[in-house]
Design a binder for this molecule. Structure first.
Ligand code: TYD
Ligand code: ZN
Length: 398
């Protein structure tokens, strides 16, 4: 693909991470022969500055449908979604009989919290989630029209870790045009390119993260669909995200935070090719340091186990070349991942109980976005003399 998926401007290549498997395609040993690979290349639009993948995965290859949704199993994330809902109850959803929509509703915590407070709510998700009402469809003008006819306009349309995964943003904005109330808000949160570059968070780059947003590129995207970026908020979750609020043009004024973040991005050279080239050389430095460390520890006879079979660790393992020779297995709390092999590098996935049976000398924390929570939960590992290996923002043992 050589043109921007948002504005059709010319795409310029920024980095090539080589041949990669789908990040959530955990394989059963009998299915290894049919594993799908693609080329993970990131580019930037010369017109609207949107950073995006240069190859779109054919929808029939994407594993969403037919595969169970994998919640992060994180109490921190559940609290994050509860707090989000609680804040809206105090601010945005204070009008008479408000109505909230969530696109791709994670494990439904946000909507359930709104529902407990008596707010009308609906998830729009093709696969569906139990415990909240679901309109089983992709969010677009067609599903938006059906929802509007039945429930009326939406005061909030929310999406977490969803919009960055939707190459066809035009269909999302077409749905908003139909469904959003005149003063309604489209609120979405996704990994922030600024944070990825600042912390060498390279493993956010994988098939399901199609877009790598900045305030600049989101503002351009909103403008191009006749809407306006009116607020931004930094979120500490998943290694650094931004929550963007978009409104119909003329309905709200942009906050000071928008202006400040745009200025910060400009000062940091976030849209400069040299800044991205620095990011790539830092990634390669991380690769060398981590491979050296793992090889060295292995040579000295230390045992190493992976912790958290995350989607993002597909990029780490495959780009760096970390397989069962360096990390014999990875433990993960998701039952459907247990007993499978990680995509591409084929590290066996085992239940967390095997982590303690016996404890390894070192644990490579692939789920570094949940570091505090996992380290607290696995306190006995450290007490037994075990050490964690982290690699974002840099390789270190803690
Ligand atoms: P997630 O945060 O969704 O990251 P990604 O989007 O990169 O997949 O995934 C976290 C993974 O870590 C998930 O497979 C569950 C696992 N996990 C544990 O095994 N134990 C834990 O305590 C936590 C919080 C997560
Ligand atoms: Zn563009």
């Amino acid at each position: 693909m050589t043109t921007c998926r948002v504005c059709t401007g010319p795409l310029r290549e920024l980095a090539d991470f080589g041949r990669q498997p789908l990040s959530q395609a955990f394989v059963r040993p009998e299915d290894l022969a049919t594993e799908f690979f693609y080329q993970l290349v990131v580019g930037r639009c010369a017109d609207c500055a949107m950073v995006q993948l240069m190859q779109e995965i054919p929808p029939d290859k994407m594993v969403h449908e037919g595969y169970p949704y994998h919640p992060a199993n994180s109490t921190v994330m559940r609290k994050h979604f509860q707090d989000t809902a609680t804040r809206w109850l105090e601010t945005t959803l204070t009008g008479p009989d408000p109505f909230a929509i969530e696109i791709g509703c994670n494990d439904g915590v946000t909507l359930r919290t709104l529902g407990e407070a008596g707010v009308r709510h609906l998830a729009v998700d093709p696969s569906g989630v139990t415990g909240v009402p679901v309109h089983r469809a992709f969010f677009n003008s067609e599903s938006a029209a059906e929802i509007r006819a039945e429930h009326g306009p939406a005061d909030i349309v929310y999406a977490a870790n969803t919009i960055c995964a939707q190459p066809d943003v035009a269909s999302i904005f077409a749905g908003l045009e139909v469904l959003l109330a005149p003063d309604g808000l489209f609120v979405f949160e996704d990994p922030y390119l600024g944070e990825m570059l600042a912390r060498t968070g390279f493993d956010q780059i994988y098939d399901e993260h199609f877009y790598y947003f900045t305030a600049q590129s989101v503002q351009a995207m909103a403008d191009s669909f006749g809407m306006r970026l009116v607020d931004v908020e930094r979120l500490p979750v998943h290694g650094g995200q931004i929550r963007y609020s978009i409104a119909r043009r003329g309905s709200r004024l942009p906050s000071v935070a928008v202006k400040e973040l745009l200025a910060e991005e400009e000062a940091a050279g976030l849209a400069d090719d040299t800044t991205f080239a620095q990011f790539v050389s830092q990634i390669d430095a991380t690769k060398d340091a981590l491979l050296n460390l793992l090889t060295d520890l292995g040579d000295k006879g230390h045992s190493i186990v992976g912790y958290g079979a995350t989607a993002k660790s597909a990029t780490t393992a495959n780009y760096f070349g970390i397989g069962p020779d360096l990390v014999p297995f990875v433990c993960d709390s998701t039952p459907s991942k247990q007993g499978t092999l990680t995509p591409g590098m084929h590290i066996p996935v085992r239940p967390p109980a095997e982590f303690a049976d016996p404890y390894p000398d070192y644990a490579l924390l692939f789920a570094w976005n949940h570091a505090d929570e996992i380290m607290a939960k696995e306190k006995a590992f450290r007490d037994a003399g075990g050490k964690w290996i982290l690699y974002v923002p840099e390789v270190r043992i803690v």
